[in-house]
Write a protein that binds this ligand. Structure first.
Ligand SMILES: Nc1ncnc2c1ncn2[C@@H]1O[C@H](COP(=O)(O)OP(=O)(O)OP(=O)(O)O)[C@@H](O)[C@H]1O
Length: 253
């Protein structure tokens, strides 16, 4: 992936070769600026690769589509709409032509219930906390019934306790829906706790995939129990070693 900039071409990513299985939960981790969001945006179809191709379910990814829903760090809800209407808007964009008004509303309601936000359905984003906004953002994405949930640091702006709660909810939702999740994160514990595989990226420019770690921990996963689990600790150590010993951030070196 090469971006044109006023100072000439910028080579952001190179030689990315990654296959993700349906139903997998994959974390993309790497230092700031290595290209995690760029890779996620490529999967979303928001940008096109300079060379190479992305294939989703046998078809080239040429543009955003309802099979791939994005959840951003800053929730990106429309401030003038209620939580319910924010979700309904997404539901309408996918199912609006085929389903009745009451069916669409039922979908929006069910998605809000899934993330525990039904009681705040009539509130606007400005009237609820950061964690609640993020929940509504996830509800909006899930309501589209995507095959793939693309999450760009979805819990990055939250306090540790809210973050832990939403991580547990994501695990439960993914267990229930079986959707594929690709999540960008800076957080080693989050990556190991949630993922089937942790994709570790080297530093840019021309960043690539340095290593892929398989996390062989049974599900459902319990964070308290895992804190002393040898497999968990070894996985965590391997990611820390990659990030801070072998590929420390250039500015920190
Ligand atoms: N549209 C663009 N034009 C030019 N350069 C870009 C563009 N988008 C991203 N880049 C550059 O590509 C590199 C990768 O950016 P990206 O946002 O993907 O990194 P990241 O790993 O997600 O960073 P962070 O963890 O800080 O969010 C950076 O050097 C960034 O400046």
């Amino acid at each position: 992936m090469v971006f044109s900039t006023p100072r000439g071409p910028f080579h952001a990513l190179r030689d990315i070769n990654l296959r993700i299985e349906a139903g997998e939960l994959v974390a993309l981790i790497g230092h700031s600026g290595c290209g995690k969001s760029t890779l996620l945006n490529l999967m979303a179809g928001l940008v096109q690769p300079t060379r190479g191709v992305l294939i989703g379910y046998g078809r080239e990814i040429a543009r955003p589509g309802p099979d791939r829903a994005m959840v951003f760090q800053n929730h990106s809800l429309l401030p003038w709409l209620s939580c319910f209407d924010n979700v309904l808007l997404a539901v309408e964009s996918v199912f609006g032509r085929r389903e009745s008004r009451s069916q669409l509303k039922a979908r929006a309601q069910a998605a809000l219930e899934l993330v525990g936000m039904a009681p705040a359905a009539t509130k606007r984003p400005g009237e609820i906390s950061g964690g609640m906004k993020q929940r509504v953002g996830i509800a909006r994405a899930l309501a589209m019934e995507p095959k793939v949930l693309l999450m760009d640091e979805p819990f990055g702006a939250l306090d540790a306790l809210t973050r832990a709660k939403l991580q547990d909810e994501l695990l439960a939702i993914q267990g229930a829906t079986g959707c594929t999740v690709v999540m960008v994160t800076h957080d080693v514990d989050e990556a190991v706790l949630l993922s089937d595989r942790v994709v570790m990226m080297t530093n840019g420019p021309a960043a690539t995939i340095g290593e892929v770690l398989r996390v062989d921990l049974p599900r459902p996963r319990d964070r308290v129990h895992l804190a002393t689990d040898p497999t968990y600790m070894a996985a965590r150590r391997a990611v820390l070693d990659f990030l801070y010993t072998r590929h420390s951030h250039p500015e920190a070196a």
